[in-house]
Each structure stands twice: as C-alpha cells, then as structure tokens.
Design a protein. Sequence first.
Lengths: 472, 787
Amino acid sequence: MSTDPAITVDGRPIPLGETDPHQPLLHFLRERGLTGVKEGCAEGECGACAVVVVAPEGEASRFVTVNSCLVPAVGLAGREVLTVHGLADGDELHPAQAAMVETGGSQCGYCTPGFVVSLFAEYYREGRTPGEVWDESIGGNLCRCTGYRPIRDALASLGAPTDDRHKRRLAQVTDAPPSFAHRCTIEDGSEVRFHRPASLTELFAILAKEPEAKLVAGGTDVYVEVNQLDRRWPVLVALEGVRELQTIADTDDALTIGAGVPLSRIEDELGEAVPMFGELFPLFSSRLIRNRATLGGNLINASPIGDSPPALLGLDAKVVLASASGERELPLSELFLDYRKTALQAGEILKAVVVPKPFPTIQRFYKVSKRIMDDISTVAAGFGLWLDDSGTITKARLGYGGVAATPVRATEAEDALVGRPFDAAAMVHASTFLGTAFTPMTDHRGSARYREAMVSRLLEKLHAELTPEAAE
Amino acid sequence: MSDSSPQTRRKHVGRSISHESARGHVTGEALYTDDLVPRTKNVLHGWPVIVDHAHARVKRIDPTKALAREGVVTVLTGDDVPGVGNVGAAKQDEPLFPDVVQYHGQAVAWVLAESEPIARRAAAEVVVEVEPLDPIVTIEDAIAAESFHTKELKIERLAEGKGDMAAALAACPHRTSGELHVGGQEHFYLEAQAALVYVDEGDQVMVHASTQHPTETQLIVARVLGVPSHAVTCQSLRMGGAFGGKEVQANTWACVAAVGALKTGRPVRVRLDRQRDMFLTGKRHPFLGRYEVGYDDEGRIHALSIDLFSDGGYSLDLSHPVLARALFHVDNCYDVPSLRVTGRVCKTHKTSQTAFRGFGGPQGMVVGEDAFDRVARELGIAPHEVRAKNFYTDGSRTHYDQEVRDADRIEKIWSQLSETASLTERLAEIEAFNAAHDHTKRGLAITPVKFGISFTTAFFNQAGALVLLYADGSVQVSHGGTEMGQGLHTKMLQVAADALGLDLEAIRMMPTRTDKVPNTSATAASSGSDLNGQAVRDACNAIRERLAEVAAGILECTADDVVFEGGEVFRTDGKGERLPFGKVAKAAYLDRVPLFATGYYKTPNIHFDEEAGRGHPFHYFAYGAAVTEVEVDGFTGQYRFLRTDILHDVGDSMSPKVDLGQVEGGYIQGVGWLTREELVWNADGRLATRGASTYKLPSLDECPPDFRVALMEKAADPTVIHGSKAVGEPPFMLAISAREALRAAVAAFGEGKGPVELGCPSTPEAVYWAIEAQRSAGAAVAAAAEE
Ligand SMILES: Cc1cc2nc3c(=O)[nH]c(=O)nc-3n(C[C@H](O)[C@H](O)[C@H](O)COP(=O)(O)OP(=O)(O)OC[C@H]3O[C@@H](n4cnc5c(N)ncnc54)[C@H](O)[C@@H]3O)c2cc1C
Ligand code: FES
Ligand code: FES
C-alpha cells in the first residue's frame, strides 16, 4: 500500500494530514489558499469548482476535468491535480486564459476559473481541431452574467496546442490509482476510515472487515449527500482504483461494461456502436459529471429519475452482481425493488452491465426536462424495438423513468407491439396500454398530468420521427 | 463639466477593452469576500439555526447540546445584540433574531464554531420549540386576507373628454381582458452571500461584505451594534454577481458576523451555501396582473386598465419602489390615450422579495405586452403590426406625464432591426416551415423596450468619488459604486484616464470602501456609471486643473494651453518640452499643491408626486428591440432558441465590450426568467426549488447559436456622461421577444386564431399545455365545420 499521503497540486505536494474523507477537494484547496477554485453550488451543477485530474491514458496521460466539490480530497492521494492557479507560466497567460480575456468572457469573474479549467482541458483534447466548438466541453459550467456568447467565442478561438509544459506532461505516463488507506478522527471524536483498493480481491477483503462501508464510485451522488444533507459514514471505500470495474468487453453475444467505467468513456467508446448511448449521454448531466459518474452508481442509486435505467431497459440489459462468494446475473428490471431499493445484498457490489446482442433494430432515448443541457429528467424513455426482415416487431422493450417509484418497463405495451409492423396503428394500439400503466406524481419538475401525457407522447414521437411520410 | 475640455482628448472612453480585472479573473487571483477567510487568522464560522415552518412563534431556544459539542464557541441569539436587533432597510420589520418566524427556513439563531462542518452539525442540535401559525403563501391568499404591505399605488391618465376609465373602455369598439401570473426569479449570483467581520484596535469594526450598498451595510451594522457610523468601515471588494440581490439583502449576514465578532473578539465569517442562499434570501417579485383593454379594428389601443399585485414576502424591503417601477413600465413603448394602472404589495410568508435587474419594470412590461398580444390575436393582425401602430412618437408623454424624450428612437430601432433581422422574409419562411411540419413549429417575434433611468427615489441620485494622485504620478481612484461584474470599474478607469490624460496602467481602481467615500447610494438602477462617472471625472478634473497651472509655469504658457495626453503634459501649440505626467505631479507636490480631490454629482430634475401619479421620475429612457426565433416540439413542449437579433441604445458607448456583454447577458438572464427558471413553493410555504439541480438557469444551450447584437449608432445623449446611456437593466426586457416567439409557435399548432394563454415562466410543460389548448381548440373548430 502506498503510504505517501499527499496530492500534487499544480506541481506541489500538499500533505493530506488529518483530512476528513468527507471533505471535498474544493474545500481542501480553498482552506490552503487556493481560492481561485470557487464554490457556486456544491452539487456539481455550476462548474465553478472545476479542476483537472491527470489520469492515465495508456503510456501517456489525459487531463480530466472534474467538479472538485464532489471529489473526496483523500481519494486523490498520490495523484496530480491542476487548478486555475497552475496554468499560466509566470506572467504569461495560458491560451485558454488569454482567450477569455480577449473575448470578454468574464464579467463578475466568479465562474471564470471553472470555465478556464474546462477550456484548458479542451485545448489539449486528443482529436480536437482548432476552431471546433464542442459545446459539451464547457456544458458543465454555468455563467450568470455573460450569456455565454463570449465564452463560446473563446472556445472557438483556441488554436492547436503548442509544445508547452502541459503538453509535455501529457506525453508522460501516469499510474493508475494505487491502493491506499487513510484514517482520521473527525470533529465529534469518531474515527473515519477511507480505503481505495486496486482490485476486487482487495475490495472484498475490506468489505469483509468493514461491513458498514459506504461505496463511492464517482461520488456524484454520494458527495451531493455529503454537501447538501450533511451525511457522514464511518467508512468510505472508493471504487475508482478497482481495475476489474474499469473494463469494457465486446464479444459476439454481448457488450459488458464495468460498473466503474466513467460515463464519458462509455460515451466516447460506445456512443456510435450503440445509438442509445449516443443519445443518452449528451443528455445525462454534463461532461464534468460524466467524467466521474458511473453506471454502477446510477443503477445502485436507483433513483426513479435516473437516466441510464430507462435506456438500459430499452436495451434489455442485465447486471452482474458480485461478492466474495461469487457472481450472479439479473435482468436489470429485477434489480429495482422499490423506491431507491435494489436487489443488491450485503457484501455484494454491482460489477458490470451486460448489453445483449443483437442490439435493437430501433433504439431511441428521450428525455423530457426543463432544460435540455444538464438537467434531471421529468420523464425519460428508452425504447428498443427488434424487427425481423419483414419489418415485424419481434421483441419490444419500453423503459421509463419518472413515472413510478422505480424505473419501469411498460410490459403490456411491449407485448402489444410484438407481432405487429412498426406503424402508426401499432403505436396507437400500444398507447392504449400506456394510459394508466404508471403512477406518476406531481413535483417541482412537473405535474403528474404532464408526466402521464409524456408516456404515450414519447412513443408517438418515436414513430413520427422514424416514419418516412412524417419524416418532415 | 463639459466632455471636451481643451486640456484632454478622448482616448480611452469609447474604446473596446476587457474587464479591468479580467487578468485576475482568469488566473483565479481576483479575490472575493469569502476568499479572505483563509488569509485571516483565527476565524469563526457561522451557521444558521432554522425553523421549518413558514409562520410560527418561537417559544424556546435551547442551545445546550450544541454548546457541548467540541469546537462550538457560542450560539448567537437576540440577547447578544448590543444595539437595535433589526436589519430592515426600508422599515424596521426584519428582526435579526425573530420571535416570530415569517418564512420557511428563517434563521432564529446562529452557531459560531471553529469550522463550518462543526457549526453546521451543531446548528442541527439546537432545539427550537415553536408554535406553528397559519401561513399566507400565495398572492390570492394575501388578497383574500387583505394582507398588504402598502396602500394602493395608482397612476391614471385619461384621454381628453373621458370622464373615467370605465367610460374610456366603454367607448372602444372592442374590449377584451386577461389575467397573468408572472413568476419570480432567483438571483443566483454565482458568488452567494458572504461577510467577514473583525474588530480592529479601538473597537473599529471592519466589515468585508459582498454588498451592492456598502454605506447601508455600514449603517445597519452600526445600528445593530449600537455604535455611530464612524466606528464601522465596510469594504465591498468585488462581487461574484449581484443583480439586485445584494442591494439590501447583504446586510443581514454582515450584521450576524458583526454581532459575533463583537461577542467573541474573533473574526467571524458568515457565508451562505447555495441552498441556504436560495431559501433565506429574497427574489424577484412574482406578480399577478389583471387587465382590461379597449381597441379598434385597426389594432389601435385606446384604453388599458391594469391591476397589479406583487408578492412582497414577509417584509417591506424595496417592494414599494419595485412596484412603482412596474407601474411606470406597463406602457413600454406604447402611447395609450387612456391608461390606468394600480398596484399593491401583498404580504406573504415568504422570503422578502427584493431588487432584481429591472426592479419591477419587467413584470409590469410583460403584463402590458400580454394585453397587446391578446388584442393582435383577437383581431387576427400580426402582433408586430399592432405593436408598431401604437408606438410613442416625438412629443408623446407617458401616463405619469413625463415627456418621452427621443421617442423617435423606438421606430428607428424597430425598422432598422426588422431590416437587419430580415423580419418579413423569415416570417414567410416560418409560415412555410410550419405548414410542412405537423409536430415541430417555429415562432418568431419582435418586441421593443423603453426603460426609464434613475432611482425613482430622488435622493439616491447622487454620487461621490475620491481621487488620489501620488507624487510619482500614479493614481488611485475610489468612488461609491461597487463592482459586480457590470464593468463599472472598467468604465471609471476609462473616464479617469481620459480626464487625466493618462494610460490605463497609471491608474488603480480601489475596492469600494465607506472610509473613502461616505454616504453613497446602492450601485443599482443601472445608474452606476452615470452617477459615479460624473463624480470621478469631477474629481479628476479638479486635480488636472491644478496640475495645469503648475505645468503652465514650467511650459511658459497659460493653463488653457496645456494638454494632458498619454501620460505626458505639453503645450497645444507643440512648442516646448513634453513633460512626463509624473514630473508635473512631483513639481506640484513640491509647490505644495494638493494632489487629491473629491468629486460629486447629483442628477438634476428628478421628481415624482405619488399622490397625483405625475412627475419626472427618470432622467432619460433607454431603448432597444429584439427578434427571437424558437423551435418547439409538439410532443413534449420542449424548445430551442435558434436565432436572436438585438439592436440596443446605449447612447455613445463608453466601453463597447462591456456594454455588449451587458446587453447579451441581460437578454439571456431575461430569457431564463421567462422560460425555464421556475420557483416552486409548496402549499406550506417551503421553497421546493432550492438548488441548481432543481432551479435551472440558462446554460450554454440557451445561448442561441446565431446571436447578433448591435449597439445603436450615433446615439449620444448629451445630458449623460460622455453621451452614454445606462445599460445594466434595459436589455433584460428584450427577452420578452422570446416569450412572444414561443407564443407564436404555440399558435401555429392550432388554427392560428384567437388568444394564446401561455404560462409565465413558459416552461416546456407550460408550453405543452398551451399547445394542447390550441390543438383542442383547433379540433373543436374542425368538428364544428363538419357539422
Ligand atoms: C450535477 C449533476 C447532474 C446529474 N445529472 C444526472 C442526469 O442527467 N441523469 C441521471 O441519471 N443522473 C444524473 N445525476 C446523478 C448521478 O450523476 C448519477 O446517479 C451517477 O451515475 C452516479 O454515479 P457515481 O459513480 O457518481 O455514484 P456514487 O455517488 O459514487 O454512488 C451512488 C450510489 O451507488 C453506490 N454504488 C456506486 N457504485 C457501486 C457499485 N459498483 N456497486 C454497488 N454500489 C455502488 C454508492 O454506494 C452510492 O450509494 C447527476 C448528478 C449531478 C451531481
Ligand atoms: S461548486 Fe458548483 S459544481 Fe462544484
Ligand atoms: S462572469 Fe459572472 S457568473 Fe460568469
């Protein structure tokens, strides 16, 4: 086990000391005077706290932007972080900074460090062509002052990266997070322990000894609870170092995605092969969040308004649950037992998500929300239809979120579709089973009535969008 | 105080420069109030003890358990207040430690501890026993209970020969009426409220606060501590956004910190995290508007009667002037011969609603525009035609009897923008697009803006500045205005540089402090650069004139023949030496000439008689117009903005990059208010939308991919500094074009006839229901036709 309890920030090691594993990196940095890292929300929405984590990428490295408000500081032990303070070279601004000055991208300046960090990472992104405007690269940053136009211009103005010290750093190797353990005494005198195992074997050994352990994958749910609800646990176990959870395997029968793979990696590697993913991820939080968030976390969090469940239900996915004593596979629909309650048993973790082949002939993900970019669903739907050569529906999966206490399939409507051609009449027929299938509720995101309407409207939308005569 | 003193030339004013602190912003070196905390030793952290009722009597507060927690230093309650325990600005109706809770989540005590996590945990352990009382949550509840903060405000102007409003309406060929709920808005300045207070030697209280109004913060801290103003100094370093939300609402946190600092002898930090900021601080006022409008076949509006109710929340705050500004703006750009508007501030058990960019103007204007759109759709005339038919023209007077100076700009902007935005062609294209698409419709709308500039409270229209010239020729400029991102310091820097003939680098803008300039007004009402600019220039001019005398002696000419430019001082005729500015400063110092000066300005001729509803509340008007195009999905009501064109009047821009930023930012913020930003209160008065995850600000996606903004050319206003006009608030209302564009798209889902009821904010759900109403109206028409 590594014993070097420090984070390298802007090239300087900062010892962890008695850091509470609940303390987000944001506060860790600010307490040490790195106040350019700003707090705007402490729930991953505004990006004012964005920093770069240097991550392994084969024999080289990658700059990954994260919301420092949702990352435990201790989880970065032995790793390298860049903040807004470490980008310029003395008096010479980094091109990302210079661009923001030039376009007038800062007004009050409070969101600016976060945007600068996002622009900085984008500047070095493999495959970016100068002049390209990839909105997603700054989509996790909010600005209340500018209206974004000058910031988008700053993004567009970024040239090709020069051979500067950051570029040279990227050419060097970065190690995967080694296993690490930390303990400290917090305010009320109790002890909090933190583990970052590197393998499943290590993980299960820890879980055997620490049955109360709270698992942390990306932490994008867990640290929202820490910050917003003041939640505390005696033991936290980070999964990000567990190598078996980081794999994606593609065989003839199925695609198997490790529960700990960050969503942005699934998006990049599978977004084209699986159109459902290509549609899902750009609508799922922001790139900043997706750089940390995982499928494991999204599924085990089991929120009825989580977005991957309806998409994965539409793909007829299965989950692999693992424990010290072995593994078992479950259809995803059987994972969700009740409101935020899953079939996961004590000592078990979610290891992987299996997407069986063939993939559905027609697959579509829809998300109804107030804001299109980075919002939580009012209603979400993942539709998978398998058609034979004659165009007859042989299998249907209609996954919904936001309409019941758990993510659900509309099984009666699915059955009603099978054996029919993909046409308007089939949709109308299926819709008759949707009307009363669910029990949506009214909240600040939308009324029950609206949610109910969306259930069948989205199916109509699917048909309208895919039918030549209506293809407008 | 002429713009063209023979001694200086305009070099910096009017130039596009980046924000004065841009470098600090992009490097993270620019400091905000809470950034001072890790730079200060021994700080205590505050956390509020709150009550989860909207209305309740506090019976007992028991801090025993909290005090026993290690690291807790004290729990502040009303007993700790040495002076007056009330922070209300307009009226003393905001107890710092209330006996009766007046809104959900109100703080009744504050824990001070060695760290924020400890304070937070301890706050949850303070026992507060309460007796719940019935809350009044909605405007309708308040009206029914006759729960009001103020008496009715009324402005009425009747066309000649009309005895009263009823007669004026009755005389119109057509009449219609409507009702509109206008939502509030969370400021969501990215930097939440923050204060850090410590007591220096000699009991001098140093207050660092993120406040738009340092003088008021100073005053109220002094009142709460029971000390004279001279014992308190307030500094507002810079703010990470404010938008009106830190005009009066920054005071409470500074007061809590001050009481704590006095009690403990240690620096105290009180900052709100986002969640607490959202449920503890006031917002833009929600409004209810009811109107009746009379018009003719051509779409000329002859009579309009509007009743407004604003939701003021629990205390008076700025609700009265906010309501007044709503009444002043229902007319927008339209000359309505008989116009009557009344207003009342409802008292509810909510946060105290407060200033927010536009200050009631937007709410009044949206209700007025709703009436105009209704008339157009009742008549089946294009809304932009109805609007244009009713414009003010030169010589027109408003319903409160102020001349609409430069009214010709309304039509000028309108026609120029229609042209550059290809209005006619695009309307035709959209009609074709809509005819070809059943499930997706586009809408486009053009709307104008006229916005009155000045504080409507006359005495606020004054400003001061202090300019210090050091003997080496470098300069510090202080003024009463605060920097919140609007670029005030940038403009002031330009003004000072030109007035002294210096390069920008020779001048340093100082953080706003009450020990530099006393008795200042809030930086608000878009008036920051109008007022402070004159004061800064006044001070600079005084120094320059003194230096000119000195230079004249060296250059052997008269003072009038001395020119200050680019850091040099020389003769107009080019003869003699070019003296470095620093050399003249040094010579002046040795000559015993004072090298510092104060500047002062007050806006002339501002008055309003509230009883009569007549007067001259504004120094001038700013104008603009916007065209917005949107695409709406008929299945879900979701939409995307495609293109926006804006032409806006900022006079002669002092700083085009800054002004452009204000126009764009204001527009997008307005679009947020009218579309996706929805405040939801539960029936018990609890704010349900209390974080960025539930309250959706505009994101990058809401910035139209095609966004064309231009500033009106040759627009100098000779009565304002350097011919410029205020720009902070007016562009906010350009966003009404987005709401009307949505309405146009919604109408396209139906028969395109008759009024379109559209909720405000027009969330995707609101749009969906509006579409459904159009579709069923269309279906009913079709069914009737079949019979
Ligand atoms: C700003 C923001 C925006 C968001 N937007 C969206 C959105 O658009 N759509 C959406 O669906 N969600 C959204 N979320 C929610 C969140 O990002 C997801 O739920 C995320 O996928 C959780 O993954 P994680 O790895 O961060 O989980 P964590 O926070 O690490 O964990 C979540 C839960 O799962 C458990 N857990 C994690 N991994 C495992 C495992 N392998 N085995 C067993 N238990 C495990 C943890 O113990 C915890 O209880 C958003 C969150 C934020 C902060
Ligand atoms: S503080 Fe807003 S995302 Fe971290
Ligand atoms: S510049 Fe103020 S929030 Fe972006």
